[in-house]
Design a protein around this ligand. Sequence first.
Ligand code: 5RP
Length: 225
Amino acid sequence: MEKKRIAGQKSTEYIKDGMILGLGTGSTAYYMIKEVGAMVQGGMNLKAVATSKSTENLAKEFKIPLVPIDKVDRIDLAIDGVDEIDKEFNAIKGGGGALFREKIVDSLAKEVIWIMDDSKLVDRIGKFPLPVEILPYGYKHVIRKLESYSLNPVIRIQDDKFFITDNGNYIVDLYIGNPININEFYSKVNVITGVLETGLFINTCNRIIVGTDTGVKVIENTLGD
Ligand code: 5RP
């Protein structure tokens, strides 16, 4: 947790007065949100859009003013966690099931920072199960289609029930287990009727902040769009 804490705290150095923030979801984002709360209490003028109900609750606990996504004209900076990321900044997100809102917030943000411990840095993404948010109606057919592509889909279960996202949908985790063929994935999975969004994020962030045993590392994304 120490590595996550230092990464989360470091990310708040990029926050400026007057910003509208996108607040990510997860255990690393927790430390960032806590620090944002302290900044607001210290007199900074900040507003935020939350990427999940759990983050919304945390923001309320830390007294961070929240704005609904459809009421903002911009998001200046989104800060979020990540599950796996490679050197080309291809990433898997959505371990916490918030991938849809995270993707919308990231897509609107002028700048995106991802925070993590060093276990998240990998040579090739694909070992971490890739979450896909699917609509409940006809979900078995979506799963069959994913099976036909040998993507090893497993519906996410929590407390012996189907995990339900903040949008009222299901999550299917794809146990791909080997490097993902990104073009093939998009052409097959993103077009299945019933798939809302996937946790595959391609070159989305501007910077990553990594907590390590020896301190925090900031890595700029110089690849461009
Ligand atoms: C939630 C996410 C999280 O950002 C991701 O799972 C990382 O979580 P953590 O910081 O707890 O390791 O994508 O949907």
